[in-house]
Ligand binder design. Structure first.
Ligand code: HEM
Ligand code: HEM
Length: 247
């Protein structure tokens, strides 16, 4: 298990480095500090999500429908956790921090080809909306999955509740939504590659390690208590476990 970020509210995990440090200093004479921009909980959420979306796809292709149900419910638990974390979690994970005006998002995209130092703390104005779209699609995928059926030997835990006709409609929606998820993931990866290619900003490293080099005067974001993340995740997992076992 990875460490879940820097403990304690207001803890920032900053560390000063000289000009010779790796990274892209805004100008050659700027002293840099190492700042924790993504807490461990958000990183663990992200990479578990990547694994489980892949596994959900694989499991349905292989006809492992029970595993598909469990993997879908695990995604459900992750999403419940992440939505709650978007309100009470670390500063950079909060919706209020990364969802701004759509005009800012467009303005940000217009500067995509401009080379400039990477001073971003958290999601940028456009990325924040992309994250919201991906999360909304995944929530819809989980809900429709729960009410889906495979016409042979499997009914999702909510399928009986909604009745066969509606379950068939939702199964169809479940298939179609997955195409949108695939599109969104491709756009997500293309955007990350565009930041690397056009701006020379490596967004993947901070999502893996949690920190990045930023100018010394950058205010480090507040990092929430890891124990809070675990408590929320435990409640979300218990809830989805109950749903997976048929309510
Ligand atoms: C199934 C595939 C994927 C899904 C569903 C997905 C979803 C997401 C979500 C929901 C976030 C927001 C994280 C948060 O705030 O909690 C995110 C951010 C991010 N993802 Fe992915 N992701 C996928 C694949 C990948 C892959 C393959 C990479 C690496 C090449 C990647 C790199 C990143 C990075 C770097 C960020 C942070 C972007 C930023 O700095 O604003 N993702 N992703
Ligand atoms: C929450 C629990 C979930 C349940 C109970 C569920 C259930 C189902 C069922 C019954 C099918 C039809 C299988 C068939 O006809 O053979 C299906 C298909 C599928 N599901 Fe799920 N699902 C869930 C979550 C998810 C999630 C989270 C994803 C991906 C993010 C996903 C991706 C897929 C895919 C890719 C297909 C096949 C689509 C196609 O063949 O076009 N499911 N699911």
């Amino acid at each position: 298990m990875t460490d879940l970020g820097v403990a304690g509210t207001g803890a920032t995990g900053t560390e000063q480095t000289g000009t010779g440090a790796t990274g892209t200093p805004p100008d050659s004479g700027t002293a840099m500090q190492r700042v924790t921009v993504w807490d461990g909980a958000t990183r663990l959420f992200h990479w578990s999500l990547v694994f489980l979306v892949g596994f959900s796809w694989l499991s349905v292709e292989k006809g492992w429908i029970a595993l598909h149900l469990y993997s879908g419910c695990a995604i459900g638990a992750l999403l419940i956790f992440r939505i709650a974390w978007g309100f009470v979690g670390s500063e950079t994970s909060r919706f209020s921090h990364f969802l701004g005006s759509p005009f800012d998002a467009v303005r940000h995209l217009l500067h995509l080809t401009k080379r400039e130092p990477d001073e971003q703390v958290g999601h940028n104005a456009a990325g924040g909306w992309m994250v919201l779209v991906m999360m909304a699609l995944l929530v819809a995928q989980v809900i429709t999955g729960l009410a889906a059926n495979n016409d042979v030997d499997f009914d999702g835990p909510l399928a009986q509740l909604v009745g066969k006709d509606l379950s068939d409609v939702l199964t169809n929606l479940h298939f179609r939504l997955f195409r949108l998820i695939q599109l969104a993931v491709v756009a997500h990866i293309v955007a990350i590659l565009a930041y690397l290619g056009l701006k020379r900003h490596n967004l993947v490293r901070p999502m893996l390690l949690g920190h990045k080099l930023l100018p010394l005067d950058t205010a480090a974001p507040r990092i929430a208590q890891p124990v809070l993340a675990w408590a929320i995740f435990l409640i979300a997992a218990l809830f989805m476990g109950w749903v997976a076992l048929g309510l």
